[in-house]
Ligand binder design. Structure first.
Ligand code: KG4
Ligand code: ZN
Length: 345
């Protein structure tokens, strides 16, 4: 019998339910975004997000089961994001997962959202083996991880201030391009000149392995306020600066890491075409395979949570019903603290 997993995701502003099987078939994948609810505030409002998850999750689960043509009693386990993320939303998804697991007498798998992103490339590429180097770039995180196996992650670098996606979102806000910012900046950048606005590339060439985007963000603010540049030129120059930083830091990580099978990217910013093209070239230069999930699997979704559930269940990794929801939950608890006041887990 092929394993069937129901996955739930609610850690930020997407509510999602999906059903994935052990043969990598995505039988159902439902998602309710909340852009319209948060747009007036220019960012995700935690209370609004939690309430929206409560409204959307149960109908999404029902729809996903209907799409897959199965009943809850036919799934082998329920995998729910248990953190890290906005705690109200995480609690909604995890409690729903616990209730379904209890009602159907199925095991619960508490999935780290970052592990969902980290393993998502294996959902689309059956030949992707451990260990691989993962650039995880999302709205809340910017990390380089050596993925050694399910549950075995070594963090090589993290941001000492902002995440890359956060920088895209703030740039979009400054330029009046709307929310969420990443896709809007990417679109605006197409009509701009990436060489027109001189912007800093924080930590470029540094021996320290980490990322930093706060200085770039301040420079974008000054460029926007000067009134001397077209928004499209600022967007293009900003995107080029982010791509340069991601390239330099990934190159730095590749320098000391032997035995890798592939260079992999995941997280919302991985949907960016310039970021993908840069990483593809970098992988080729290092004679590594490059694996990037399709855009919809890079941004938050429940298929990646269900897939992490498939991988975990195969190893007998299930969780008790009193497993806690966690706002912070580093993938590599042993990683040294990076310098800087605004360090994210
Ligand atoms: O992984 P994700 O959906 O949610 C988090 O776990 O954070 O990532 C969302 C982030 C947002 O900051 C969004 O602006 C960014 O990914 N993003 C992009 C693009 N699409 C989404 N950034 C750059 N270019 C894109 N095309
Ligand atoms: Zn995410």
């Amino acid at each position: 019998m092929v394993t069937l997993i129901l996955g739930l995701e609610s850690s930020c502003d997407e509510t999602a339910a999906a059903i994935v099987d052990g043969e990598r078939r995505i039988l159902a994948h439902r998602l309710a975004g909340q852009e319209a609810a948060h747009a007036p505030f220019g960012g995700v409002v935690p209370e609004i997000a939690a309430r929206a998850h409560v409204e959307h999750l149960a109908p999404l689960v029902e729809a996903a089961l209907a799409d897959a043509g199965i009943g809850l009693d036919e799934v082998d386990a329920i995998a729910a994001t248990a953190g890290p993320g906005l705690i109200g939303g995480v609690m909604v998804g995890l409690v729903t997962g616990k209730a379904l697991a209890l009602a159907a007498a199925k095991p619960l798998i508490a999935v780290n959202h970052l592990e969902g992103h980290a393993l998502s490339p294996r959902l689309v590429d059956p030949t992707l083996d451990f260990p691989y180097l993962l650039l995880l770039v999302s709205g809340g995180h910017c990390q380089l991880l050596r993925v050694e196996g399910v549950g075995a992650y070594r963090r090589l670098a993290t941001t000492i201030d902002d995440a890359a996606g956060e920088a895209f979102d703030k740039t979009a806000k400054l330029l009046g391009l709307g929310f969420p910012g990443g896709p809007a900046v990417e679109l605006a950048a197409r009509a701009g000149d990436p060489l027109s606005v001189p912007l800093p590339r924080p930590l470029l060439g540094s021996d320290e392995p980490h990322f930093s985007f706060a200085g770039l963000k301040s420079a974008v603010l000054r460029a926007a306020e000067s009134g001397r540049h077209r928004p499209a030129d600022i967007a293009a120059s900003f995107q080029a600066a982010v791509v340069d930083c991601l390239e330099d830091r990934t190159r730095r990580a590749l320098r000391d890491h032997a035995g890798l099978t592939a260079l992999v990217v995941a997280g919302g910013v991985a949907a960016n075409a310039m970021v993908r093209a840069m990483l593809e070239a970098l992988a080729a230069e290092h004679e590594l395979r490059f694996v990037a999930p399709p855009g919809w699997l890079c941004t938050d979704n429940a298929a990646m949570i269900a897939w992490a559930g498939v991988e975990r269940l195969a190893l007998g990794m299930t969780d008790p019903l009193d497993v806690p929801a966690r706002a912070r939950w580093p993938l590599d608890p042993g990683a040294a603290v990076a310098r800087g006041a605004g360090v994210k887990a």
